[in-house]
Design a protein around this ligand. Structure first.
Ligand code: NPW
Ligand code: K
Length: 478
């Protein structure tokens, strides 16, 4: 499990550790890890041209000490000081002793243009708001240059706690972060600025209560249902899919295609697209009598391609089994009926649907995804899976939010969400909690998207077909 903690928690853990260590030891650990990552990226340190962008806090101190280490290995290192009178004194002295030099901010753009490596030590977890005006031209020069850009702890200008980006920020190829991931490194839009992320262990001891957690292969493998010898279809779970309409029969077919690959023992389809479903998936149990009279299910999926028919949504919300509400179902669901439910409910909006439910713009949701998913979960008293390049899953009672980053932009294709809802519904029917089903489903779906796409455009049905391969990959079989 990968976890991310708030700045406040990091500061507390830092104070505890600092009290036990000689002065400056923590910064040396950070600088050693940073220098090693820079050296790996450079390949050949000797003779390389390294430019440090140094702000007024300890983030700049890390950059200066790492620069000193690189200078000792033969790199030509120049520190560009944004506020020379406040630059970290110890770090500056170390850089000078190692043969590095110092330049004023005015010379920075030219230096960056000719660098092999730019180290962004402008600001870290002490940052407020986007980059200040004096740093913006340097960030832009770094973006234009052919140099590799390494951010210290965080790309300067992004919000560590929320992943929001207010104004300009540094775009890094690699971020070397200390002690723990910060939420901003795992949530878009900030995540996009971070490039790949390398975590350096500096000995911080962190309590329970991460802001975010990201499942890894082993975590998902533990969650996935595996049938026992004596399992029958009811023990494995039957998932009901109430989806599709005369106008959108394809949504029903795609939701069923996801559900069939999700581990439930059987898939029951209810709605007007039964013929289309059976033609493609003859193993489906089909009924046109409405959810209430469809027979036994252990979880429902309602909403994909539902059009304007609110009846099935209301019937499903009245059922005493886990329910996943997606797409049109989100618009058709009575919020009071969702809040009154005692069995688990999982809502799965994309940013546009979440914006409509919250009464804000899509841009607002996309810019502040963590706040949006928490707000929705609180308002509806339901678990919420907010789809996107970094999918977030919040439980109904607050707490740690799950983030999934296995997705690919090739997944932004019509019907891909229908496949996800069927897959997650199937995991709900197999007995996973709403948050586990949502996050494990998003993980598999993202991986399936990668496998199916492999660098080329794909349709949603290709993603569904790739789910078994993703499942085998996660379980390490086949
Ligand atoms: N925690 C740990 O365990 C460890 C932490 N370590 C390192 O320390 C870093 C935190 O250091 P920190 O506390 O000195 O804050 P930091 O991020 O350098 O920024 C503060 C300065 O920036 C300024 N400033 C503010 N906003 C700005 C903006 N938008 N644009 C530009 N400038 C801005 C602000 O100026 P002021 O507002 O005072 O004018 C203030 O002077 C952390 O990220 C990590 O790298 C490691 O060494 C070891 C282990
Ligand atoms: K930084």
């Amino acid at each position: 499990m990968r976890t991310a903690y708030s700045v406040e928690t990091v500061r507390t853990a830092e104070r505890v550790l600092m009290a036990r260590l000689p002065e400056g030891a923590l910064m040396q650990r950070a600088a050693a890890g940073l220098a090693a990552a820079c050296a790996d990226l450079l390949g050949r340190v000797y003779g390389s041209r390294v430019v440090l962008l140094v702000g007024s806090g300890d983030n700049g101190g890390d950059a200066l000490y790492a620069g000193a280490r690189l200078a000792r290995r033969g790199a030509g290192v120049t520190a560009v000081l944004l506020t020379p009178e406040r630059a970290h004194a110890g770090g500056l002295a170390a850089l000078r002793r190692a043969g590095g030099s110092v330049a004023a901010a005015g010379a920075g753009e030219g230096l960056v243009a000719g660098a092999d490596l730019v180290v962004d030590g402008i600001v870290g977890i002490g940052g407020k708001g986007g980059l200040r005006a004096e740093a913006v031209p340097l960030a832009e020069a770094a973006r234009r240059s052919r140099a590799a850009v390494v951010a210290v702890d965080l790309p300067s200008g992004v919000d560590a706690d929320t992943g929001q980006v207010h104004g300009a920020a540094v775009r890094a190829d690699l971020t070397v972060t200390f002690g723990t991931h910060k939420p901003g490194l795992l949530i878009d839009p900030a995540r996009e600025y971070a490039g790949s992320v390398r975590l350096v262990d500096i000995g911080l001891e962190l309590p329970d209560g991460a802001v975010l957690e990201a499942l890894q292969h082993a975590d998902v493998a533990r969650l996935l249902p595996v049938p026992a010898v004596e399992s029958d279809k009811y023990r494995r779970g039957v998932v009901g899919i109430a989806a599709g309409s005369a106008r959108y029969p394809g949504a029903a077919v795609l939701a069923v295609s996801g559900a069939l690959r999700g581990g439930a023992g059987a898939v029951r389809y209810v709605g007007p697209a039964g013929d289309a479903v059976i033609a493609r998936f003859p193993e489906t149990l089909v009924s046109d009598r409405g959810p209430k009279r469809a027979g036994r299910v252990q979880a429902w999926v309602v909403g994909p391609g539902a059009g304007d028919d609110a009846g099935p949504v209301a019937e499903v919300l009245a059922a005493d089994v886990p329910v996943l509400v997606d797409a049109d179902g989100l618009r058709l669901a009575d919020p009071g009926a969702v809040r009154r439910r005692t069995a688990p409910t999982l809502m799965t909006p994309h940013a546009g649907e979440a914006a409509a439910l919250l009464g804000v713009s899509r841009e607002e949701v996309e810019g502040a995804r963590l706040a949006a998913v928490r707000e929705l979960a609180g308002r509806y008293g339901a678990a919420v899976l907010l789809k996107g390049s970094t999918t977030l899953v919040a439980g109904r009672d607050g707490g740690t939010v799950r983030v999934n980053a296995t997705g690919t932009s090739w997944l932004a294709t019509a019907g891909s969400g229908d496949v996800l809802s069927g897959l997650v519904g199937s995991l709900l029917a197999a007995g996973l909690s709403a948050v586990d089903a949502g996050s494990a489903g998003a993980y598999l779906h993202g991986l399936a998207g990668r496998f199916a796409a492999d660098g080329a455009p794909v349709g949603a049905h290709d993603v569904a077909d790739a789910i078994p391969g993703a499942w085998r990959d996660v379980r390490g079989v086949g």
